[in-house]
Design a protein around this ligand. Sequence first.
Ligand code: PEP
Ligand code: MG
Length: 575
Amino acid sequence: MSFALHGVGVSGGIAIGHACLVSHAALEVTYRLVPPERIDGEMLRLDAAFAAVRDELDAMHASIAEGPASAEYGAFLDLHRMILDDPTLSTAAGAHIAQHGCNAEWAVAQQMNVLIAQFEQVEDPYLRERKADVTQVVERVLKALLGHPGHVSVASRRDGDNILVAHDLSPADVIQYRRHRFSAFLTDLGGSTSHTAIIARSLNIPSIVALHHARSLIRDGDLLIVDGTQGVVIIAPDSRALAEYRLRQERLELEKQKLKRLKTTATVTLDGTAVELHANIELPQDVEQARESGAAGIGLFRSEFLFLDRADLPDEDEQFEAYRKVVRKMRGLPVTIRTFDLGADKNLDSSRRVAANPALGLRAIRLSLAEPQMFQVQLRAILRASQHGPIRILIPMLSSAAEIAQTLHQIERAKDGLRHERIPFDEDIEVGGMIEVPAAALCLEVFMRRLDFLSIGTNDLIQYTLAIDRADDSVAHLYDAMHPAVLRLVAHTIRSANRAKVPVTVCGELAGDVSFTRLLLGFGLRIFSMYPAQLLAVKREVLRSDLPGIVPLARKILRSDDPEKIRTLLQRLNG
Ligand code: PEP
Ligand code: MG
């Protein structure tokens, strides 16, 4: 029987294909009877898996850099090592194999349940919570047994169009799955500006988040229609629905081809105002798409994605190669590299302890300043790459004068080191700050005094202004770019920067939303940076815009605090 599910469409387009379910490794374990003559072999598999995880944890321990967070991280690894060595897990799993003649995966999963039950009996609430660590350790052992490299495993894959269905995906998971070439992503959880959604957009794959029950209602192999623009999935569609959506798919393709003709057209409004459209990228290979879209440069390289989906940190040379590759491929166009914005939903290690409020915790520049060794490696790599083309450094999540001073000091330190070693770099490299915390938007003077340019990160600015977790689907309906407080902070930042003649960009998802193009132009924005697939649609909107007509309406929107009126005025502006 055909039925539909509704969620939040985060990457447009239509896909038709078969469901491919993914789940956590622990849910995947199946029972296998092992004949007596193979029991010893199964024991050896078990021992090898435990030894591999022991090595993995030791290697992680050895790679901890000095810093305030290192003691805590070390303690976390010690705890995992203790759980791994707990006889209830390892020795008892071996005994379980011998006694029941079952496979090692099954034995480990059974012992996990025993250990969790023991933790649940403990009175101390801290210790009781440690059952999550037991699950993480067991996941590692199961991955070693099953040979899965990542956090999730794909239950089945067949030829043709595969649509990935998961309860939740981390940004690292999506990166891992980009090589599988899925034709759509569906998840139960997530928000429209979560980093998982951002990557799906940059892959230009139709995606829907916040579907709530997709993982449990959709069966592996079900035929699906995904409408990423409307946020609708049709399960087991009938032939009429299939014909209708195939037609829509063709129309969308035609539209895309038409837009391609704008690639080399100058980006100028009807009244002759020049506008710059730049591209956001996550990995060096995204540069191809940026170039194809005719971008004026890379306005945001989210460099932290070089750090995800791997157990170790890329060293200076590896980072240098990645940055040099991007700047060379852009052939003289500017590249803005954001220093790593790790933390919150982008953890170096998915099993690392998660703070109670990760988005308010040791994230972005806070983490970089807390881990100066790691920061120095990145700064040196960026500076070295600046010798090969125009590069700017962008600092995420700055909120105070002290942070700006410390950051600039770190950059000077990296420069001094290179000078001392006679390694060339661009002495005049520009350093900019992201405006994504209300405190920054309200104290712009210090930012404009000390930095060369600003970039408004509306995804976080909305999150922190409205106190809405951008990745939490349960509050997704409250995440509102049109909230008067958000619009005022954005407009104020643009106006102040323009007055002070400090270049300002919007690089959050708002920049790629055509329904906001005219409003942002009306606020005075002249530089936009967005995911490449959206660039030509925004260009078409700029070409149709007439500033003298837009500015008075944009001012009117800014004066209003009535959400309904704002929506009506915005429709008029776009009409
Ligand atoms: C933003 O916050 O708007 C932004 C561009 O950065 P990110 O989405 O990577 O947090
Ligand atoms: Mg941000």
